[in-house]
Design a binder for this molecule. Sequence first.
Ligand code: URA
Length: 247
Amino acid sequence: MEPQRLDKLLSGTGRWSRREVKLLVKQGRVLADGRPAPSADAKYDPETVRLTVDGETLRLRAHTWVMMNKPAGVLSATEDGRGRTVLDLLPPELQKLELFPVGRLDKDTEGLLLLTDDGQTAHRLLSPKYHVDKVYFARVEGQVDGEDCRAFEQGMTLGDGTVCRPAGLKPLPAEHGCLVTLREGRFHQVKRMLAARGKPVVYLKRLSMGKLPLDPALDPGQFRLLTQAELAMLTDSFPTARQMFNF
Ligand code: URA
């Protein structure tokens, strides 16, 4: 794994700010593989280095990943003068980590929202180039039908000229709704695609991103850290170079 700055590694545990790490290092309280760390910007491989603070060995995570069941009524932005954001739902030790939401859900949309400080993986999850499916449950006015499914499959052009890539649509009559699968994330995309078919959305929830489903034990507004196995599920969702470039 890429070497990372000591202040990033230690603040990533959620226990100290970067400024506090600087002070700990200056006071000689941080040892890297048994030797005092020379400075807060010294770099170490998080997979192999053994870091201690005041003799306590730290468990390091190169990045932090939080799974949240976003409730309706909260903005998925890092800051917004207009209301509460998903970051306001996190405790102070996680708020310190400068996490950002991986893509946006509308204020009234619920469901799976990931928050992280891992910009590279976040980008891959969102980019249409990497073919990561996002699945939504939508309840609409009326009922989606076979023609709607075919329109989604072919790739729709919306009224304002936005060209949508082919998407999945599956009616779920028993649940009075449907499943929508997208590989891109345009502004209000599910709502706009269904509205363009004359089926306005009345309720929307994201169920999964790639191979990672929303933990059904999380009520709206609840969150937890991703497990290592779940992180692997996320990165497993990316196609291999062979699949991407057909060689
Ligand atoms: N599509 C929408 O219309 N809204 C969301 O929040 C996510 C996808």
